[in-house]
Design a protein around this ligand. Sequence first.
Ligand SMILES: [Zn+2]
Length: 212
Amino acid sequence: MDRNDMMTASDLHPRNSGNPRKTEIFRNRNPESVATNVETIMTLELTYYPDPILKKRAPAVQVIDSELRARVREMFEIMYEENGIGLAAPQVSWSTRLFVINVTGDPEEGEELIFINPQILASEGEEIDEEGCLSIPDIRGNVARKYRVHVKAQGLDGKWFDLEAEDLLARAIQHELDHLDGILFIERLSPASKLAVKKDLKQLAKQQPPGS
Ligand SMILES: [Zn+2]
């Protein structure tokens, strides 16, 4: 999910619901040294609509090892570079059930959340708000989501955790979880939004032939 969502969200810092565990964060980074590191280490790249991998249901993560942890770190780097607040593995051509979120979109702030093999256990309420997606540049529209979700997932240590989230964090979780099931937010747009982005979507599909 892209960072512009913050602008329309009523609460940038979701209420401290559930106290999710924090994972390692790169602090006090010098942007230049990061850029150099990124060039030498990065192996993942953002995938764009209509790449077929975005339409696939991703299989469960079986092994949580150092390679997976390194890729998760890369996903955070890509997400921050692209001004995102969430990124799912299929968006970097990695078809596996995992996504990362930091609702502040700022590596120096907020909490870095990692959801491996996530499941929504319960949800309630409904809220309509604008969304965007890093894999579908410049397209935005209104999507109805559950206002509150109770989610269960594994962390980088393999342990299961529970999280109650609402508002923007709940929205981000639902958006990213959809990616693991091959569902894009454009499929969930309100009829008016769907109509409004129809032309732009067609254009995008032309620019980015499958597999490019
Ligand atoms: Zn997305």
